[in-house]
Design a protein around this ligand. Sequence first.
Ligand SMILES: Cc1cc2nc3c(=O)[nH]c(=O)nc-3n(C[C@H](O)[C@H](O)[C@H](O)COP(=O)(O)OP(=O)(O)OC[C@H]3O[C@@H](n4cnc5c(N)ncnc54)[C@H](O)[C@@H]3O)c2cc1C
Length: 288
Amino acid sequence: MFLKDYPLSKVTSLGVGGPADFFIQPKSTHEVVQAQNFSAEKGLPLTIIGYGTNLLIRDGGIRGVVLQMAQAFAGAKVEGTILTAQAGCLLGSLSKLALHHHLSGLEFAVGIPGGLGGAAFMNAGAYGGEIGPLIRSIQYVQNGQPGTWNRDEFYFSYRSSRLQGDAKGAIVTQAELELTPGEPCDIFQKMDDFQNQRRSKQPLEYPSAGSTFKRPPGHYVGPLIEKAGLKGFRIGGAQVSTKHAGFIIKTGEATAQDFLDLIAKIQDTIRQGFGVQLEPEIRILGED
Ligand SMILES: Cc1cc2nc3c(=O)[nH]c(=O)nc-3n(C[C@H](O)[C@H](O)[C@H](O)COP(=O)(O)OP(=O)(O)OC[C@H]3O[C@@H](n4cnc5c(N)ncnc54)[C@H](O)[C@@H]3O)c2cc1C
């Protein structure tokens, strides 16, 4: 069922952004196919989102159909060392499921918000781990047709994957992850360490979309922004976190434009001061 003029600020961790013309949360691959066919027949653009934890949606919202792969698409099972999960499974839950089955490999993901589909799209990673290398196969829907990529057909790189390249528009429905047997105490210890590091370094008490920029070769984003004197700098309700300058947080009332303006200000300052071009890691969607 489509919802009309659905406020996307409700489904993003930043809590900003305008409405979707049509919003749908499919519950099966069949419904994903139907949604893709509907938008193709009507000539409407189709935008896929997961839990919206890596998104900045502009204030004018998104035209056409927004399809959310989240809670309604979140089954998972483990057989031997293979964890099979639907696109809407939260990474944190998958990490805990792996621990429960004494499987190692997903410890890095315990504190990454968002779902498996978004993680595959972004090749999400932390603390030296990434989702890409764990993927054994991916099921997707493209142009109304379900298909499967095996490991060697799903390429990825730093915060990027085939889904941002030649397979743009494909909707991940499910993935198989290949994990390795491990000692539950070691797995738990690693997960706990990563969570503690996150809590101590990241501004988790404020809405954000995670790291705003990709790490430029040879530099770390937070220290660059700090050196430029922009730690704590604010435009409207968007502020460079005083805890970790690599994050932009929402304080009070904010618009997407506040975030866009702050991102542009940081990029200009860093380009002029250090000759480094910062590229957003967060995905900016929609219209002004
Ligand atoms: C506090 C905080 C900490 C974070 N820490 C990390 C971190 O350590 N490492 C890291 O990598 N990221 C981090 N992130 C960013 C984010 O959580 C990840 O990128 C996550 O994998 C995004 O998943 P999502 O479901 O929210 O996707 P969304 O943000 O909804 O979407 C992200 C992209 O994936 C695409 N997409 C989503 N689902 C599908 C699908 N089923 N099929 C095809 N495309 C799809 C969307 O079109 C969009 O372009 C953090 C975010 C926050 C708020």
